[in-house]
Design a protein around this ligand. Sequence first.
Ligand SMILES: Nc1nc2c(c(=O)[nH]1)N[C@H]1C(S)=C(S)[C@@H](COP(=O)(O)OP(=O)(O)OC[C@H]3O[C@@H](n4cnc5c(=O)[nH]c(N)nc54)[C@H](O)[C@@H]3O)O[C@H]1N2
Ligand SMILES: Nc1nc2c(c(=O)[nH]1)N[C@H]1C(S)=C(S)[C@@H](COP(=O)(O)OP(=O)(O)OC[C@H]3O[C@@H](n4cnc5c(=O)[nH]c(N)nc54)[C@H](O)[C@@H]3O)O[C@H]1N2
Ligand code: SF4
Ligand SMILES: [Mo]
Length: 735
Amino acid sequence: MAKQVVHAACPHDCPDACGVLITVEDGRATKIQGDPGHPVTQGFLCAKVAKYLDRVYSPDRVLYPMRRIAAKGVAAAQQSFAPHGQPRAAVPTQAESTQIWQRITWDEALDEIVSRFRKITAEFGSEAILPYSYGGTLGALNGASMDRRFFNRLGASELERTICSSAGEAGLESVMGVKLGTEPEQFIHSRYIIAWASNIHGNNVHLWPYIVEARRRGAKLVVIDPYRTRTAACADWYLPINPGTDGALALAMMHVIIGEGLHDADYVARHTLGFDELREKVKAYPPERAAQWTGIAAKDIYKLAREYATVRPSVIRVNYGVQRSEGGGMATRAISMLPCIIGSLKEVGGGIHLSTSGAFDLNKDALRRPDLKPEGSDRPSRVVSMVRLGEALNTLTGPPVKALFVYSSNPAAVCPNHNEVVRGLRRPDLFTVVHEQFFTDTTDYADIVLPATTFFEHKDLQTAYGHYYLQVSDQAIEPLGECRANVEVFRALAERMGFNDPCFGESVDEMIDGALASSNPWLQGISRERLQRERQVRLNFGCQFPVSSFQSETAQGASHDCEAPFLPFVNGNFRTPSGKAELYSEAMKALGLDPVAGFTPPAESRHGGQGNAFPLELLARKADNFMNSTFANQPSIREMEEMDLLEMHSADAWARGIADGDVVRVHNGRGEIFLKARVDGAVQAGVVSARLSWAKLSPGFRNINVLTSEKLSDLGNSATFYSVLVEVESSKSFP
Ligand SMILES: Nc1nc2c(c(=O)[nH]1)N[C@H]1C(S)=C(S)[C@@H](COP(=O)(O)OP(=O)(O)OC[C@H]3O[C@@H](n4cnc5c(=O)[nH]c(N)nc54)[C@H](O)[C@@H]3O)O[C@H]1N2
Ligand SMILES: Nc1nc2c(c(=O)[nH]1)N[C@H]1C(S)=C(S)[C@@H](COP(=O)(O)OP(=O)(O)OC[C@H]3O[C@@H](n4cnc5c(=O)[nH]c(N)nc54)[C@H](O)[C@@H]3O)O[C@H]1N2
Ligand code: SF4
Ligand SMILES: [Mo]
């Protein structure tokens, strides 16, 4: 067979949605590289996906359907650990797992699932079945299409997503009505860039070259983050902020900007609603007051506000770190007001970027078919928060959760309050199916494990949340072993259940065509055939705002549909109920929240009045080289990431008699973990930080989510991974 280069798109939960070229020789992938023709990918991949061949061809892949023959839990897996709790690279391998798993055929697996689902439905109703999926793949089809059709038709409980971004999205949308952000290409024109809770080197590395170019042209980079990230370390100005206090900082910045008349009165008058109310509100937030919460000196807040408003164009790259706290929705709302009042949304290289996903607006109803939900039902399906899985499995009644179908997610690693999640997953009466590429923390509790394809092995349609290019991801190789894509698993289950609606028979290409058949004007003229021909196509924004210099200055190799920059709010056109940027929001008021904006310190924080027994704020952060819990088991990736560390400030370490390298016990009312102290200045006094990994690859088989809480954010019912209090003490050794 000849050598072939296939174009795919990285489906991981990452804003960059890279264009990927996979070289295939004799049916085997031999090389992966970033697509040099993709304007944002620019020919390079992040360190983890650059090693993707190790993942695809890992000896630890799940390749066949498996039935559990041992008790649920990590007991068997634990045997693969060294005695001191330091894990080996990956456990268990297929070979080692024969005491836990029995290989079965797909027919046996599907029959068993269908018969259990039928029995549970007969006894408890179909809402006793709970699907659980999230960010394993953001492919439009494998992420949310056939699976949703299946669970809609089944009448299962509905999973309230997200565990990730809903608070921030709700905050941004409360002001602007839609998730649109400054194009990465425009950042080269920015003169003042604020990376606000944005770990660019770790989580959004393809934005970095644009920032480098902007700085070459004289731009200043400011980083606001309680953790001294690699990005913070190379910033022009790093402002460490106390976790969960960004709302106070944004309000204080507006206090200065409005108080000193630095706002854009013309833009404000024409395109915003509620400026008078905002002007009144921010009077209560002078920098001197905000300094007490944020830990940022008042003089620095004045300087930040003045520079942000006057060094133009200025742009805010706000990321989701800001909204993983109790008040994260309101904080994102307040930050989103900043570009509206200084009028930077008019400028190429201005504005704000949280997400670009609102521009893609595929025909989601065609993909997911909400109309398949049971007829005659006089109420919507029961909704279960994905953040509160522990609570759902342990306490839910009417009906209880009797079956859990997990795919594209690893809840036993990523969910908050891990001990409660595991208590629920251990229930012998809970029937758990996990569709996975690897034997994860969650498969340790599965009754049936089904083998899943990687993106090399299936075709999909790929949107993005950090740029505006749409891609078709082609299949590069045949599925390994008996792996099946999400679409095919739910197609097969539907057939077994006897669901004969024609949509279950649609081909992948028909599904892509259906997704593209949307009323969204920005998708007009973009067909599957064109995507396959051109590899990536910029959304069809038209050419209404030409800027002559843009074309020559934009990223090398860009083949834009239209070279003009996208400035969706240059003339207002917000997608709020009023059509204006809502600095005052009736919708917020209806939720019982401040209709303008306000700041309340998180209850679980040093300012929240609970700080006595557990005085330290924990950042339960992501690892730069993993993707949430994904890649944590891959030896070549683990090598790049120093794990099992508790990073702490020397003042907190000394006060507790802890030296660098000591084993420490980190605990709160929810649980305890053991880590190695790193006294290195990445965090301020009062804050400690640790990274997410697989629980069974962590000391004592518990990860950082043992300590995080199921409390929901103020807006959007999102998670609060960064509102966590703990205490730390010296410990003799690992458990
Ligand atoms: N390498 C890598 N890339 C990833 C991921 C990964 O796990 N690894 N995850 C992907 C996913 S699912 C997502 S949602 C995105 C998320 O990407 P980001 O939105 O960047 O999310 P986080 O890494 O949670 O947080 C970003 C930064 O916010 C900081 N932070 C924490 N609390 C606060 C606070 O209260 N205020 C401020 N100002 N900063 C705070 C954190 O220290 C962190 O450096 O990244 C995606 N990309
Ligand atoms: N402490 C702490 N916890 C966190 C976070 C944090 O910052 N700190 N971040 C949170 C955030 S932002 C998010 S988004 C969540 C992410 O939570 P998850 O979405 O659960 O993310 P992953 O840990 O990446 O797990 C995805 C799993 O899907 C599998 N997978 C990949 N592709 C496919 C596929 O095509 N089909 C199937 N069936 N499986 C597939 C992978 O092998 C992997 O095990 O974690 C949250 N948890
Ligand atoms: S994880 Fe992100 S940066 Fe890495 S290849 Fe995928 S899209 Fe690109
Ligand atoms: Mo996320």
